[in-house]
Design a protein around this ligand. Structure first.
Ligand code: HEC
Length: 349
């Protein structure tokens, strides 16, 4: 059954409108030392951290944003890149579990990972053209990391990138760099009395060290429905617990510690357009706020901050507005120790 669904989804994807990408994070060049794809470079070994730096010999390589001039041109950006690889990275936000069709082109060889899993490898020497390769990838509901490695043999070195998604439902984002210092500053600002309160106990914590010391077993209990109840909305393994809420599957391969701390303590700091909260007022005067996770001709299903699913019939809806607020509730975690253990559990996924 699943295979049939996937096959029909693929057929429809091939006819979906094609979209380009306005900007990517790129890093490089990394010397392949004559071994091509056999040489493994740091960006492909852990969750991508665009605030991170790589010491390569005497040089420091960073992530930088690059706009395409028809193509993402590594040769133009970095100069001579013979015998090296460059990486490109973006995040795709999807409202549900679905496939996307990536159609990259490259000069020369290309590898693609989605959420840390390799989905494509084409070890080839060629001139780059748009739409050379066909890569179907399964997206989780929520954010999905897509990492490209383009290895150059000699001369030109570039990536073309287009994709197709059903109903234009996939959004491209470039996560902003966030390191420990940046996180500390944001938490401090929030504690001083922003819209989202953060208790003083959460400030001045060295989160990377704390999370490394965290208790995964306790974290798992907190995550569960009987604990704080993150699992009422999120699945940490496999399918999303609630269809339509982001999956945290493979979090360890996708998220950095500062990103996770910020997501939980300051959910309204970056609101993805896909997961904005909606307010619905019914003709009976009932007000329901939450994430719209399902819509049919007759009913709209809303996931409330208390993780309840509420069905409202369309005929009863008097007013409906999307808010500039995340559907992820704030203030769920009460102590730094709870957060530390939760993140230790998530990062072990
Ligand atoms: C009522 C449902 C709900 C509950 C309960 C909930 N979340 Fe969320 N969470 C969401 C939604 C919706 C988003 C997407 C928010 C956005 O992008 O604006 C989200 C986003 C996140 C993200 C960022 C994911 C990404 O892909 O960027 C993390 C991490 C997260 N939640 C962790 C937790 C943890 C840990 C708990 C328990 C303490 C929790 N959530 C409880 C609904 C929930």
């Amino acid at each position: 059954m699943d295979a049939v669904r996937r096959q029909s989804e693929r057929q429809r994807l091939k006819r979906a409108p094609i979209r380009g990408v306005a900007e990517l994070w790129v890093s490089g060049p990394f010397d392949d030392r004559g071994a091509g794809f056999q040489t493994v470079h740091p960006p492909e070994t852990r969750a991508v951290d665009v605030a991170g730096r790589f010491a390569v010999g005497k040089k420091t390589i960073r992530w930088e944003k690059l706009k395409p001039i028809r193509m993402f041109n590594f040769h133009m950006k970095y100069g001579d890149t013979d015998g090296t690889s460059c990486y490109a990275y973006l995040r795709l936000i999807s409202p549900r579990r679905q496939q996307v069709l990536l159609t990259p082109g490259s000069d020369d060889g290309l590898k693609v990972w989605v959420n840390g899993r390799k989905v494509h490898e084409n070890d080839i020497a060629r001139g780059g053209l748009p739409l050379q390769d066909v890569v179907f990838a399964e997206l989780e509901p929520g954010s999905n990391d897509v990492l490209f490695r383009v290895r150059n043999v000699v001369g030109e070195h570039c990536l073309y990138l287009h994709y197709r998604s059903l109903g234009g439902s996939v959004q491209v984002t470039l996560p902003e760099p966030l390191d420990a210092g940046g996180l500390a500053a944001r938490l401090k600002e929030a504690a001083k009395g922003g819209k989202q309160k953060v208790a003083a106990a959460f400030l001045d914590v060295d989160w990377a060290t704390e999370v490394a010391r965290g208790d995964k077993v306790r974290g798992k209990k907190l995550f569960a429905t009987s604990g704080i109840g993150c699992a009422k909305c999120h699945a940490a393994k496999g399918l999303a617990a609630v269809p339509g809420a982001p999956s945290l599957t493979g979090a360890g391969k996708r998220f950095t510690v500062p990103y996770l701390v910020e997501s939980v303590l300051l959910p309204n700091r970056r609101i993805s357009p896909v997961f904005r909260s909606t307010v619905i007022v019914t003709s009976k005067g009932k007000v329901v706020t939450g994430l719209v996770v399902g819509e049919t001709g007759q009913v709209v299903t809303v996931l409330t901050p208390e993780a309840k699913r509420v069905e409202i019939s369309r005929g009863e809806i008097e007013e409906r507005k999307t808010q500039n607020v995340s559907a992820m509730p704030a203030g769920l975690v009460k102590t730094p120790r709870e957060l530390r253990d939760l993140l230790a559990y998530l990062l072990a996924q």
